[in-house]
Design a protein around this ligand. Structure first.
Ligand SMILES: [Fe+2]
Length: 479
Protein backbone atom coordinates (compact mmCIF):
# COMPACT_ATOMS: atom_id res chain seq x y z
CA UNK A 1 0.00 0.00 0.00
CA UNK A 2 2.74 2.46 0.95
CA UNK A 3 4.41 2.37 -2.47
CA UNK A 4 1.21 3.27 -4.28
CA UNK A 5 0.60 6.86 -5.28
CA UNK A 6 -2.31 8.73 -6.76
CA UNK A 7 -2.02 9.85 -10.38
CA UNK A 8 -3.30 13.08 -11.88
CA UNK A 9 -6.94 12.05 -11.73
CA UNK A 10 -8.00 15.63 -12.54
CA UNK A 11 -7.75 14.56 -16.19
CA UNK A 12 -11.08 12.82 -15.69
CA UNK A 13 -12.81 16.17 -15.30
CA UNK A 14 -11.71 17.70 -18.60
CA UNK A 15 -14.46 18.41 -21.12
CA UNK A 16 -15.06 16.01 -24.00
CA UNK A 17 -16.80 17.75 -26.88
CA UNK A 18 -16.11 15.21 -29.63
CA UNK A 19 -19.15 13.12 -30.50
CA UNK A 20 -18.96 9.71 -32.20
CA UNK A 21 -22.11 9.61 -34.26
CA UNK A 22 -21.66 6.32 -36.13
CA UNK A 23 -21.00 3.21 -34.04
CA UNK A 24 -17.24 2.71 -34.06
CA UNK A 25 -15.88 -0.85 -33.70
CA UNK A 26 -13.41 -0.88 -30.81
CA UNK A 27 -10.27 -3.02 -30.75
CA UNK A 28 -10.76 -5.79 -28.19
CA UNK A 29 -7.96 -7.25 -26.08
CA UNK A 30 -9.03 -10.54 -24.55
CA UNK A 31 -12.36 -12.19 -25.29
CA UNK A 32 -15.86 -10.85 -24.76
CA UNK A 33 -18.38 -13.48 -23.65
CA UNK A 34 -20.33 -14.79 -26.67
CA UNK A 35 -23.56 -14.29 -24.73
CA UNK A 36 -22.93 -10.57 -24.27
CA UNK A 37 -25.19 -9.21 -27.02
CA UNK A 38 -26.97 -6.26 -25.38
CA UNK A 39 -26.31 -2.56 -25.02
CA UNK A 40 -24.72 -0.53 -22.24
CA UNK A 41 -26.20 2.98 -22.18
CA UNK A 42 -24.58 5.58 -19.96
CA UNK A 43 -24.82 9.31 -19.37
CA UNK A 44 -22.56 11.82 -17.69
CA UNK A 45 -21.30 15.37 -17.61
CA UNK A 46 -19.06 16.03 -20.60
CA UNK A 47 -18.92 19.77 -21.23
CA UNK A 48 -18.00 22.01 -18.32
CA UNK A 49 -17.40 25.32 -20.10
CA UNK A 50 -19.97 27.56 -21.80
CA UNK A 51 -18.70 30.79 -23.26
CA UNK A 52 -16.52 32.48 -20.66
CA UNK A 53 -17.90 30.49 -17.74
CA UNK A 54 -17.13 27.13 -16.20
CA UNK A 55 -19.68 25.13 -14.27
CA UNK A 56 -18.86 24.93 -10.57
CA UNK A 57 -19.41 21.27 -9.78
CA UNK A 58 -18.84 17.81 -11.26
CA UNK A 59 -22.62 17.26 -11.18
CA UNK A 60 -23.29 20.35 -13.34
CA UNK A 61 -21.69 19.49 -16.70
CA UNK A 62 -23.73 19.16 -19.88
CA UNK A 63 -24.78 15.59 -20.51
CA UNK A 64 -23.33 13.28 -23.13
CA UNK A 65 -24.87 9.88 -23.84
CA UNK A 66 -22.51 6.93 -24.35
CA UNK A 67 -23.45 3.65 -26.02
CA UNK A 68 -21.51 0.39 -26.03
CA UNK A 69 -23.25 -2.21 -28.22
CA UNK A 70 -22.14 -5.84 -28.01
CA UNK A 71 -22.49 -8.72 -30.47
CA UNK A 72 -20.45 -11.47 -32.13
CA UNK A 73 -17.60 -10.96 -29.70
CA UNK A 74 -17.29 -7.32 -30.78
CA UNK A 75 -18.27 -3.98 -29.30
CA UNK A 76 -19.01 -0.63 -30.92
CA UNK A 77 -18.99 2.79 -29.29
CA UNK A 78 -21.02 5.88 -30.07
CA UNK A 79 -21.74 9.08 -28.19
CA UNK A 80 -23.87 12.17 -28.53
CA UNK A 81 -24.70 15.25 -26.48
CA UNK A 82 -28.18 15.12 -25.03
CA UNK A 83 -30.15 17.87 -26.74
CA UNK A 84 -31.71 19.18 -23.54
CA UNK A 85 -33.07 22.67 -22.96
CA UNK A 86 -29.85 23.47 -21.06
CA UNK A 87 -27.61 22.23 -23.88
CA UNK A 88 -29.44 23.89 -26.76
CA UNK A 89 -29.77 27.21 -24.90
CA UNK A 90 -26.06 27.12 -24.04
CA UNK A 91 -25.19 26.49 -27.68
CA UNK A 92 -27.52 29.22 -28.96
CA UNK A 93 -26.64 31.94 -26.48
CA UNK A 94 -23.07 31.02 -25.53
CA UNK A 95 -24.17 31.38 -21.91
CA UNK A 96 -25.08 29.07 -19.06
CA UNK A 97 -28.82 29.45 -19.33
CA UNK A 98 -30.28 26.96 -16.86
CA UNK A 99 -29.52 26.36 -13.22
CA UNK A 100 -27.75 23.14 -12.37
CA UNK A 101 -26.87 21.42 -9.08
CA UNK A 102 -24.32 24.02 -7.95
CA UNK A 103 -24.30 26.58 -10.74
CA UNK A 104 -26.86 29.24 -11.50
CA UNK A 105 -27.46 30.73 -14.94
CA UNK A 106 -26.21 34.15 -15.88
CA UNK A 107 -28.14 36.52 -13.63
CA UNK A 108 -29.01 38.88 -16.42
CA UNK A 109 -31.12 36.16 -17.96
CA UNK A 110 -33.33 35.27 -15.05
CA UNK A 111 -32.92 37.68 -12.17
CA UNK A 112 -33.01 36.42 -8.63
CA UNK A 113 -35.74 33.78 -8.71
CA UNK A 114 -34.14 30.38 -8.26
CA UNK A 115 -33.50 28.46 -11.41
CA UNK A 116 -34.97 25.28 -10.03
CA UNK A 117 -38.49 26.61 -10.47
CA UNK A 118 -40.44 26.33 -13.65
CA UNK A 119 -40.18 27.33 -16.44
CA UNK A 120 -36.43 27.22 -16.02
CA UNK A 121 -36.11 23.66 -14.76
CA UNK A 122 -33.10 21.99 -16.33
CA UNK A 123 -33.41 18.79 -18.35
CA UNK A 124 -29.64 18.24 -18.39
CA UNK A 125 -29.98 14.52 -17.68
CA UNK A 126 -26.41 13.61 -16.81
CA UNK A 127 -26.97 11.13 -13.97
CA UNK A 128 -28.55 7.86 -15.10
CA UNK A 129 -30.35 5.90 -17.81
CA UNK A 130 -33.50 3.86 -17.27
CA UNK A 131 -36.53 2.59 -19.16
CA UNK A 132 -39.77 4.21 -18.12
CA UNK A 133 -42.93 2.71 -19.55
CA UNK A 134 -41.10 1.04 -22.41
CA UNK A 135 -39.04 4.08 -23.34
CA UNK A 136 -35.36 4.68 -22.72
CA UNK A 137 -34.84 7.85 -20.68
CA UNK A 138 -31.90 9.78 -19.32
CA UNK A 139 -32.44 11.13 -15.82
CA UNK A 140 -31.28 13.93 -13.61
CA UNK A 141 -32.63 15.26 -10.33
CA UNK A 142 -35.40 17.36 -11.80
CA UNK A 143 -38.78 16.15 -13.01
CA UNK A 144 -37.74 16.34 -16.67
CA UNK A 145 -36.42 12.95 -17.79
CA UNK A 146 -35.38 12.99 -21.45
CA UNK A 147 -36.38 10.26 -23.91
CA UNK A 148 -33.79 9.18 -26.43
CA UNK A 149 -33.38 6.58 -29.15
CA UNK A 150 -31.20 3.74 -27.84
CA UNK A 151 -29.72 2.96 -31.26
CA UNK A 152 -28.89 6.43 -32.62
CA UNK A 153 -28.86 8.30 -29.27
CA UNK A 154 -31.13 10.90 -30.88
CA UNK A 155 -32.92 13.01 -28.27
CA UNK A 156 -36.67 12.50 -28.59
CA UNK A 157 -38.10 14.92 -26.02
CA UNK A 158 -39.19 15.26 -22.43
CA UNK A 159 -40.84 12.31 -20.69
CA UNK A 160 -44.13 13.71 -19.48
CA UNK A 161 -45.52 13.03 -16.03
CA UNK A 162 -49.30 12.95 -15.88
CA UNK A 163 -51.31 14.80 -13.21
CA UNK A 164 -51.33 14.68 -10.24
CA UNK A 165 -47.57 14.09 -10.46
CA UNK A 166 -46.13 17.57 -10.39
CA UNK A 167 -42.96 18.64 -8.66
CA UNK A 168 -39.58 20.19 -9.31
CA UNK A 169 -37.03 17.80 -7.87
CA UNK A 170 -36.82 14.05 -8.29
CA UNK A 171 -34.11 11.42 -8.20
CA UNK A 172 -32.21 9.57 -10.89
CA UNK A 173 -32.30 6.15 -9.22
CA UNK A 174 -35.76 4.70 -9.83
CA UNK A 175 -36.35 1.12 -8.71
CA UNK A 176 -37.85 -1.65 -10.81
CA UNK A 177 -40.19 -4.22 -9.27
CA UNK A 178 -40.01 -7.33 -11.43
CA UNK A 179 -43.14 -8.91 -9.91
CA UNK A 180 -45.29 -5.83 -10.39
CA UNK A 181 -43.64 -4.83 -13.69
CA UNK A 182 -43.41 -1.25 -12.43
CA UNK A 183 -40.77 1.36 -11.78
CA UNK A 184 -41.01 3.24 -8.49
CA UNK A 185 -39.60 6.65 -7.71
CA UNK A 186 -40.43 9.88 -5.92
CA UNK A 187 -40.45 13.59 -6.58
CA UNK A 188 -40.52 16.65 -4.35
CA UNK A 189 -43.21 19.29 -4.84
CA UNK A 190 -41.98 22.50 -3.24
CA UNK A 191 -44.58 24.98 -2.06
CA UNK A 192 -46.22 26.56 0.95
CA UNK A 193 -46.70 22.95 2.01
CA UNK A 194 -43.98 20.87 0.43
CA UNK A 195 -44.66 17.20 -0.29
CA UNK A 196 -42.87 14.03 -1.28
CA UNK A 197 -44.82 12.27 -4.02
CA UNK A 198 -44.08 8.56 -4.33
CA UNK A 199 -45.18 7.18 -7.67
CA UNK A 200 -44.96 4.23 -10.02
CA UNK A 201 -44.78 3.78 -13.79
CA UNK A 202 -45.86 0.47 -15.30
CA UNK A 203 -44.23 -1.21 -18.26
CA UNK A 204 -47.43 -0.26 -20.09
CA UNK A 205 -46.71 3.42 -19.37
CA UNK A 206 -49.49 3.81 -16.79
CA UNK A 207 -48.50 6.24 -14.02
CA UNK A 208 -49.90 6.19 -10.50
CA UNK A 209 -49.32 8.11 -7.31
CA UNK A 210 -48.49 5.74 -4.46
CA UNK A 211 -48.38 8.19 -1.55
CA UNK A 212 -48.18 11.87 -0.72
CA UNK A 213 -46.12 12.80 2.33
CA UNK A 214 -46.14 16.38 3.68
CA UNK A 215 -42.68 17.63 4.63
CA UNK A 216 -41.58 20.82 6.34
CA UNK A 217 -37.98 20.91 5.07
CA UNK A 218 -37.38 18.45 2.22
CA UNK A 219 -34.09 16.56 2.43
CA UNK A 220 -31.54 16.17 -0.33
CA UNK A 221 -31.88 12.51 -1.21
CA UNK A 222 -30.11 11.11 -4.25
CA UNK A 223 -31.79 7.70 -4.02
CA UNK A 224 -34.20 5.69 -1.89
CA UNK A 225 -34.89 2.12 -0.78
CA UNK A 226 -37.23 -0.56 -2.11
CA UNK A 227 -38.04 -4.02 -0.79
CA UNK A 228 -40.66 -6.46 -2.05
CA UNK A 229 -43.54 -4.74 -0.26
CA UNK A 230 -42.18 -1.36 0.80
CA UNK A 231 -40.63 1.88 -0.37
CA UNK A 232 -38.51 3.74 2.17
CA UNK A 233 -37.26 7.30 2.24
CA UNK A 234 -34.20 7.94 4.36
CA UNK A 235 -34.12 11.68 5.02
CA UNK A 236 -30.58 12.83 5.65
CA UNK A 237 -30.33 16.02 7.74
CA UNK A 238 -29.36 18.11 4.71
CA UNK A 239 -32.58 20.02 4.24
CA UNK A 240 -34.02 23.16 2.69
CA UNK A 241 -37.03 25.41 3.01
CA UNK A 242 -39.00 26.09 -0.14
CA UNK A 243 -38.83 29.83 0.46
CA UNK A 244 -35.06 29.86 0.77
CA UNK A 245 -34.74 27.72 -2.30
CA UNK A 246 -36.87 30.10 -4.29
CA UNK A 247 -35.57 33.45 -3.14
CA UNK A 248 -32.04 33.05 -1.79
CA UNK A 249 -30.39 33.70 -5.13
CA UNK A 250 -27.95 30.83 -4.51
CA UNK A 251 -27.44 27.73 -6.64
CA UNK A 252 -29.69 24.77 -5.81
CA UNK A 253 -27.55 22.70 -3.44
CA UNK A 254 -26.12 25.69 -1.59
CA UNK A 255 -29.56 26.34 -0.11
CA UNK A 256 -29.50 23.05 1.77
CA UNK A 257 -28.31 23.17 5.39
CA UNK A 258 -26.59 20.41 7.34
CA UNK A 259 -28.45 20.07 10.63
CA UNK A 260 -27.19 16.88 12.30
CA UNK A 261 -29.46 17.43 15.28
CA UNK A 262 -32.35 16.41 13.02
CA UNK A 263 -30.91 12.89 12.82
CA UNK A 264 -31.79 10.38 10.13
CA UNK A 265 -35.49 9.96 9.47
CA UNK A 266 -36.80 6.69 8.04
CA UNK A 267 -40.28 6.56 6.50
CA UNK A 268 -41.54 3.19 5.28
CA UNK A 269 -44.51 3.15 2.89
CA UNK A 270 -46.38 0.05 1.77
CA UNK A 271 -46.45 -0.20 -2.03
CA UNK A 272 -49.94 -1.64 -2.36
CA UNK A 273 -51.81 0.65 0.05
CA UNK A 274 -49.66 3.77 0.08
CA UNK A 275 -49.88 3.63 3.86
CA UNK A 276 -46.96 4.76 6.04
CA UNK A 277 -46.32 1.64 8.12
CA UNK A 278 -43.29 2.80 10.09
CA UNK A 279 -41.22 5.85 10.90
CA UNK A 280 -37.98 5.79 12.85
CA UNK A 281 -35.01 7.96 13.76
CA UNK A 282 -31.32 7.21 13.56
CA UNK A 283 -28.09 9.12 14.08
CA UNK A 284 -27.14 11.71 11.49
CA UNK A 285 -25.43 10.46 8.33
CA UNK A 286 -25.37 11.29 4.64
CA UNK A 287 -25.50 9.13 1.52
CA UNK A 288 -25.88 9.41 -2.19
CA UNK A 289 -26.53 5.75 -2.89
CA UNK A 290 -28.76 3.12 -1.47
CA UNK A 291 -27.49 -0.37 -2.25
CA UNK A 292 -30.44 -2.64 -1.54
CA UNK A 293 -33.21 -3.31 0.99
CA UNK A 294 -35.16 -6.37 2.04
CA UNK A 295 -37.61 -7.61 4.63
CA UNK A 296 -36.24 -9.83 7.38
CA UNK A 297 -38.73 -10.99 9.97
CA UNK A 298 -40.30 -7.85 11.38
CA UNK A 299 -37.50 -5.59 10.14
CA UNK A 300 -36.80 -3.67 6.99
CA UNK A 301 -33.09 -3.95 6.26
CA UNK A 302 -31.67 -0.93 4.40
CA UNK A 303 -28.11 -0.94 3.06
CA UNK A 304 -26.49 2.25 1.82
CA UNK A 305 -23.13 3.94 1.33
CA UNK A 306 -22.94 6.20 4.39
CA UNK A 307 -20.79 9.26 5.02
CA UNK A 308 -20.42 10.95 8.39
CA UNK A 309 -21.70 14.20 6.94
CA UNK A 310 -22.36 15.94 3.63
CA UNK A 311 -18.83 17.30 3.11
CA UNK A 312 -18.39 14.94 0.15
CA UNK A 313 -20.57 17.34 -1.87
CA UNK A 314 -18.04 20.14 -1.32
CA UNK A 315 -15.16 17.83 -2.24
CA UNK A 316 -16.64 17.35 -5.70
CA UNK A 317 -16.41 20.96 -6.90
CA UNK A 318 -14.59 21.03 -10.23
CA UNK A 319 -11.80 23.37 -9.23
CA UNK A 320 -10.74 20.98 -6.46
CA UNK A 321 -11.03 17.87 -8.58
CA UNK A 322 -9.16 19.38 -11.51
CA UNK A 323 -6.36 20.30 -9.08
CA UNK A 324 -6.11 16.65 -7.94
CA UNK A 325 -7.10 17.64 -4.41
CA UNK A 326 -6.99 14.51 -2.24
CA UNK A 327 -10.43 13.18 -1.35
CA UNK A 328 -10.87 12.86 2.40
CA UNK A 329 -14.53 11.93 2.62
CA UNK A 330 -15.19 8.27 2.00
CA UNK A 331 -18.39 6.26 2.17
CA UNK A 332 -18.82 2.92 3.91
CA UNK A 333 -21.29 0.10 3.32
CA UNK A 334 -23.68 0.39 6.25
CA UNK A 335 -26.74 -1.65 7.20
CA UNK A 336 -29.74 -0.19 9.02
CA UNK A 337 -32.38 -2.41 10.53
CA UNK A 338 -35.72 -0.62 10.90
CA UNK A 339 -38.31 -2.45 13.04
CA UNK A 340 -41.67 -2.24 11.28
CA UNK A 341 -43.49 -2.46 14.62
CA UNK A 342 -41.53 0.41 16.14
CA UNK A 343 -38.37 0.54 18.22
CA UNK A 344 -34.79 1.70 17.82
CA UNK A 345 -32.94 1.48 14.53
CA UNK A 346 -29.81 -0.68 14.58
CA UNK A 347 -26.77 0.31 12.54
CA UNK A 348 -23.90 -1.95 11.46
CA UNK A 349 -20.92 -1.32 9.19
CA UNK A 350 -20.72 -4.23 6.75
CA UNK A 351 -17.32 -3.47 5.27
CA UNK A 352 -14.69 -1.02 6.50
CA UNK A 353 -13.50 -0.04 3.02
CA UNK A 354 -14.24 3.06 1.00
CA UNK A 355 -16.99 2.20 -1.47
CA UNK A 356 -19.06 4.17 -3.99
CA UNK A 357 -21.14 3.68 -7.14
CA UNK A 358 -22.51 0.39 -5.75
CA UNK A 359 -24.17 -2.22 -7.94
CA UNK A 360 -25.78 -5.56 -7.15
CA UNK A 361 -27.30 -8.43 -9.10
CA UNK A 362 -30.36 -6.23 -9.43
CA UNK A 363 -32.41 -8.48 -11.69
CA UNK A 364 -32.46 -11.37 -9.23
CA UNK A 365 -31.98 -9.64 -5.88
CA UNK A 366 -33.47 -6.13 -5.90
CA UNK A 367 -35.60 -5.81 -2.78
CA UNK A 368 -34.59 -9.30 -1.63
CA UNK A 369 -31.86 -10.83 0.52
CA UNK A 370 -28.51 -10.73 -1.26
CA UNK A 371 -24.85 -11.39 -0.68
CA UNK A 372 -22.66 -9.36 -3.05
CA UNK A 373 -22.02 -5.68 -3.67
CA UNK A 374 -19.70 -4.42 -6.39
CA UNK A 375 -18.52 -0.84 -6.50
CA UNK A 376 -15.59 1.48 -6.96
CA UNK A 377 -13.07 1.78 -4.17
CA UNK A 378 -10.14 3.91 -3.13
CA UNK A 379 -6.95 1.86 -3.00
CA UNK A 380 -4.60 4.81 -2.52
CA UNK A 381 -5.53 7.11 0.36
CA UNK A 382 -6.76 10.48 -0.90
CA UNK A 383 -7.06 9.19 -4.46
CA UNK A 384 -10.16 9.44 -6.61
CA UNK A 385 -12.07 6.19 -7.19
CA UNK A 386 -9.21 4.01 -8.40
CA UNK A 387 -10.30 0.39 -8.05
CA UNK A 388 -13.21 -2.03 -8.33
CA UNK A 389 -14.30 -3.91 -5.22
CA UNK A 390 -16.48 -6.92 -4.57
CA UNK A 391 -17.86 -7.14 -1.04
CA UNK A 392 -19.14 -10.46 0.24
CA UNK A 393 -21.58 -9.39 2.93
CA UNK A 394 -21.87 -12.90 4.30
CA UNK A 395 -18.16 -13.39 5.01
CA UNK A 396 -17.07 -9.75 5.18
CA UNK A 397 -14.33 -10.36 2.62
CA UNK A 398 -13.39 -7.80 -0.01
CA UNK A 399 -11.82 -8.60 -3.40
CA UNK A 400 -10.07 -5.89 -5.44
CA UNK A 401 -9.16 -5.01 -9.00
CA UNK A 402 -6.54 -2.28 -9.13
CA UNK A 403 -3.96 -1.15 -11.68
CA UNK A 404 -1.88 2.00 -11.17
CA UNK A 405 -3.02 4.96 -13.24
CA UNK A 406 -6.41 3.47 -14.10
CA UNK A 407 -9.65 5.01 -12.79
CA UNK A 408 -12.69 2.76 -13.21
CA UNK A 409 -16.26 3.99 -13.25
CA UNK A 410 -19.38 2.30 -11.90
CA UNK A 411 -19.16 -1.49 -12.43
CA UNK A 412 -22.46 -2.58 -13.97
CA UNK A 413 -23.27 -6.23 -13.21
CA UNK A 414 -24.61 -8.27 -16.12
CA UNK A 415 -25.84 -11.77 -15.19
CA UNK A 416 -24.84 -14.66 -17.41
CA UNK A 417 -27.74 -16.37 -19.17
CA UNK A 418 -29.21 -19.11 -16.98
CA UNK A 419 -26.93 -18.02 -14.13
CA UNK A 420 -27.32 -20.10 -10.98
CA UNK A 421 -25.06 -18.17 -8.63
CA UNK A 422 -25.67 -14.55 -7.59
CA UNK A 423 -22.25 -13.48 -8.86
CA UNK A 424 -22.26 -15.42 -12.13
CA UNK A 425 -21.78 -12.84 -14.85
CA UNK A 426 -19.55 -9.93 -15.80
CA UNK A 427 -18.93 -6.36 -14.71
CA UNK A 428 -18.82 -3.57 -17.30
CA UNK A 429 -16.86 -0.47 -16.31
CA UNK A 430 -15.60 2.51 -18.30
CA UNK A 431 -12.02 3.06 -17.17
CA UNK A 432 -9.82 6.12 -17.72
CA UNK A 433 -6.11 5.50 -18.22
CA UNK A 434 -4.68 8.88 -17.20
CA UNK A 435 -1.20 8.01 -18.50
CA UNK A 436 -2.38 7.09 -22.01
CA UNK A 437 -5.17 9.70 -21.81
CA UNK A 438 -7.61 7.15 -23.18
CA UNK A 439 -10.65 5.37 -21.80
CA UNK A 440 -11.57 1.76 -22.33
CA UNK A 441 -14.46 -0.51 -21.55
CA UNK A 442 -13.33 -3.11 -19.03
CA UNK A 443 -15.03 -6.49 -18.74
CA UNK A 444 -14.35 -8.39 -15.51
CA UNK A 445 -15.50 -11.77 -14.32
CA UNK A 446 -17.89 -10.67 -11.57
CA UNK A 447 -17.03 -13.68 -9.42
CA UNK A 448 -13.23 -13.42 -9.43
CA UNK A 449 -12.61 -9.85 -10.67
CA UNK A 450 -10.29 -11.33 -13.28
CA UNK A 451 -10.08 -9.42 -16.52
CA UNK A 452 -11.88 -10.97 -19.46
CA UNK A 453 -11.47 -8.19 -22.00
CA UNK A 454 -10.90 -4.50 -22.57
CA UNK A 455 -11.93 -2.42 -25.59
CA UNK A 456 -10.22 0.92 -26.11
CA UNK A 457 -12.30 4.00 -26.93
CA UNK A 458 -10.94 6.61 -29.36
CA UNK A 459 -10.39 9.18 -26.59
CA UNK A 460 -10.63 9.89 -22.89
CA UNK A 461 -14.18 9.87 -21.54
CA UNK A 462 -14.72 12.18 -18.55
CA UNK A 463 -15.65 10.52 -15.26
CA UNK A 464 -19.37 10.04 -15.16
CA UNK A 465 -22.02 8.49 -13.01
CA UNK A 466 -24.41 5.77 -14.05
CA UNK A 467 -25.89 3.67 -16.78
CA UNK A 468 -27.56 0.37 -17.38
CA UNK A 469 -27.16 -2.69 -19.56
CA UNK A 470 -30.15 -3.66 -21.63
CA UNK A 471 -30.13 -7.29 -22.78
CA UNK A 472 -32.93 -6.26 -25.10
CA UNK A 473 -34.21 -2.81 -25.82
CA UNK A 474 -37.68 -2.22 -24.34
CA UNK A 475 -40.35 -2.25 -26.98
CA UNK A 476 -38.33 -4.42 -29.34
CA UNK A 477 -39.02 -7.68 -27.48
CA UNK A 478 -40.46 -8.53 -24.10
CA UNK A 479 -38.33 -7.66 -21.10
FE1 LIG B 1 -26.14 8.29 -8.31
Amino acid sequence: MSSKTAFAFGAGFRSLTQETESPLPLPVRGALPAWLTGTLLRTGPSKFEVGERTYNHWFDGLAMLHRFAFGDGQVTYSSCFLQSNAFTAAMETGKISYGEFATDPCRTLFGRVAAIFDPKLTANCNVNVSDFGGEIVALTETTLPMRFAPDTLETLGVFGYAPPLAGQVSNAHPHYDVARKRHYSYMVAFGMESRYLLFSIGDDGAQAQVAELPVDRPAYMHSFAMSENYLALVEFPLTVSALELKFSGKPFIRNYRWQPERGLKFTVVEKNSGRTVATALGEAAFAFHHVNAFEDGGDLVIDLIAYENAEIIDALYLAKLRANTPLDATGRLVRYRVPLVGGPVARETLASVALELPRINYKAHAGKPYRYVWGTGIEVKGDFLDSILKVDIETGTVARWYEPGLYPGEPVFVPAPSAQAEDEGVLLSVVLDVVKDRSFLLVLDARTLEEKARAEAPHAIPFHFHGNYFATIPGETSR
